[in-house]
Design a protein around this ligand. Structure first.
Ligand code: NAD
Length: 259
């Protein structure tokens, strides 16, 4: 890579974000790493010569601070990996909607939905105009298929798919490509408590390194609105949603625009 590109990774202290940070570092990119866990993100930033921003990404100001760090320190931002996230309960444990803990509900909505929107909002002014400008959101296979144990997690990841698909065109018009990776279960601390259950069931897990490779793939492919399914042992596969039936009454199906 001749120019030195700059990436911001949220949730960089662990799992997929950490593996992506390492991968982008190996590509020669400069990094702003964001996480609310100061020790993990601090250690990684020190090792990679990156900037650490410690904070909760559900706070819009934290996202703005991270973008500011990229532009102050490196003069640009080329890639946002909006990745921080959580599940409503331990992996595989069923969430009972009738007795669900409302703090857990809000926490999941906050980081899986609000924080992604705040990250994109903060990053857009800096991304606009860069030649390789991209946003890769970590959605999930649970953004494309039902995941009955955690319907709230599933809802947030479906929301990401809708966000990415809807932003594809307007962001592309500004020179920014947005896409999502949709991994199945990845062997990270997020699912650590259920790891032995996956192993006992001979259920293959994706490595964090392979999920990170998919993030790079999504960014390089630069296909607006693309949804990259990530499964163990496979290259990322573009998921193409089926179209919906149009009206039978004739007329135009092109959405009118308001001036
Ligand atoms: N592990 C999986 O099976 C899997 C599968 C599909 C998608 N995902 C998604 O991948 C993303 C990363 O998950 P992971 O498996 O690497 O999890 P992880 O728990 O290993 O890492 C998540 C990181 O995000 C940070 N974080 C969480 N909430 C935060 C907040 N509000 N502000 C700042 N930092 C915060 C945590 O401190 C942690 O370092 C999530 O969006 C998750 O939903 C994970």
């Amino acid at each position: 890579m001749s120019e030195q590109l700059v990436a911001m990774v949220t949730g960089a202290g662990s799992g997929i974000g950490l593996a992506t940070a390492r991968r982008l570092h190996r590509l020669g990119m400069r990094l702003v790493l964001v996480d609310r866990d100061p020790s993990s993100v601090g250690r990684l930033a020190q090792r990679l010569g990156a900037v650490a921003v410690v904070g909760d990404v559900t706070d819009p100001a934290v996202n703005e601070r991270a973008v500011q760090a990229a532009t102050d320190r490196y003069g640009r931002l080329d890639l946002l990996h909006a990745n921080a996230g959580r599940m409503t309960s331990r992996a595989l444990a069923a969430v009972d909607i009738a007795s669900m803990d409302l703090d857990a509900y809000r926490a999941t909505m906050g980081v899986n939905v609000d924080a992604v929107v705040f990250g994109i909002r903060a990053a857009m002014p800096a991304l606009r105009g860069e030649r390789h400008a991209g946003i890769v959101v970590t959605a999930s296979l649970a953004g494309l298929t039902p995941y009955p144990p955690d319907p709230i997690y599933t809802m947030t990841k479906h929301a990401m798919v809708g966000l990415v698909r809807s932003l594809a065109e307007p962001l592309a018009a500004c020179g920014v490509t947005i896409s999502a990776v949709c991994p199945g279960f990845v062997d990270t601390p997020l699912i650590a408590e259920a790891r032995h259950e996956f192993i006992a069931a001979d259920f293959p897990l994706i490595t964090a390194a392979d999920a990170a490779a998919a993030v790079e793939h999504a960014w390089r492919a630069a296909e607006p609105g693309a949804l990259w399914v990530v499964q163990p042992g496979r290259e990322p596969i573009a998921y193409r949603p089926a179209g919906v039936p149009g009206p039978r009454t004739g007329g135009s199906t092109t959405l009118p625009t308001v001036q």
